[in-house]
Design a protein around this ligand. Structure first.
Ligand code: ATP
Ligand code: MG
Length: 253
């Protein structure tokens, strides 16, 4: 660590209230998020992308923590998977059966890395098909780097949090993006919900794609039906008419 910028950034990360010793100790996650390997991966991405500092934590979930990071010219999102809580039996159905990942080893630590690689690949596929989603920038072991969606003041709100009068338009765009994802990128999100759509400047962005599978996956149709059902129910709860034309046609597998 030659650059003092890197040192201060990493120190800031460790010192963050969110991760001070004790807070998560009972859940046994705190130390494991920032184990040596994770720190090395963060450091590597800092160097490769010329990141100046970690700005603030955006979200801290069971399986990942998400930070905003500041580069020289742009803002990033760093999604760090907790190697300890990402359970193989939870993610297995979304890895096995996807021909894109058939030849990877799926044991121990590899599985988390494969999960990160898979989210990266899914985001890339989306971007290549013109779907609104974060731009994947890079990954290292259990850490994924992507573009930040939001303003100087805050990350973009989730679909569930946008003002009522804007929900219909954002839902419509989310479904349009989803349809492109299925019909053009030929992947099924498989965890689509009002939590995994970010709303920014009149566009809906699909996020959180670790579990997204190829339409060739044997369960792809069920996953798609579940995605649609979740969005249908969101529409219903918000008195929005769900337009059946939003439903994608999966086509040949
Ligand atoms: N590219 C991004 N730009 C802005 N905010 C983001 C971005 N990616 C993720 N977020 C924020 O971080 C949150 C968690 O990210 P994501 O949904 O990818 O992870 P997750 O595995 O679902 O985590 P959790 O278990 O906390 O839900 C999102 O709900 C969103 O608010
Ligand atoms: Mg999510």
């Amino acid at each position: 660590m030659d650059n003092p910028d890197d040192r201060s950034a990493l120190k800031k990360l460790i010192d963050m209230d969110e991760f001070r010793e004790g807070k998560y100790s009972r859940e046994k996650t705190e130390s494991l998020v920032f184990d040596g390997r994770t720190m090395e991966s963060i450091y590597k991405l800092f160097k490769d992308f010329d990141i100046k500092y970690i700005d603030y934590p955006i979200s801290s979930g069971k399986e990942s923590v998400v930070f905003k990071a500041e580069g020289q010219m742009k803002s990033y999102v760093m999604k760090i998977f907790k190697t300890s809580t990402l359970r193989f039996h939870n993610i297995r159905p979304y890895i096995e059966g996807d021909p894109r990942f058939a030849h990877y080893r799926k044991t121990g630590r590899n599985i988390v890395q494969l999960w990160v690689r898979k989210e990266y690949a899914n985001l890339l596929e989306c971007r290549e098909h013109g779907i609104n989603s974060p731009v994947p920038m890079g990954f290292m072991k259990n850490v994924l780097l992507m573009s930040f969606i939001g303003t100087k003041v805050s990350p973009a709100p989730k679909l569930k949090d946008v003002p009522e009068k804007k929900r219909e338009a954002y839902l419509k765009d989310a479904m349009l993006q989803y349809r492109k994802m299925v019909q053009e990128a030929k992947i099924i999100h498989s965890d689509l919900s009002e939590y995994n759509v970010l709303c920014h400047r009149n566009r809906s962005y699909l996020i959180d794609m670790g579990q997204a599978v190829s339409i060739k996956h044997p369960m792809s149709r069920q996953f798609m039906e579940r995605d649609i059902q979740v969005m249908r129910s969101f529409a219903l709860r918000n008195q929005i008419e769900f337009d059946e034309r939003w439903v994608p046609v999966m086509g040949e597998k």
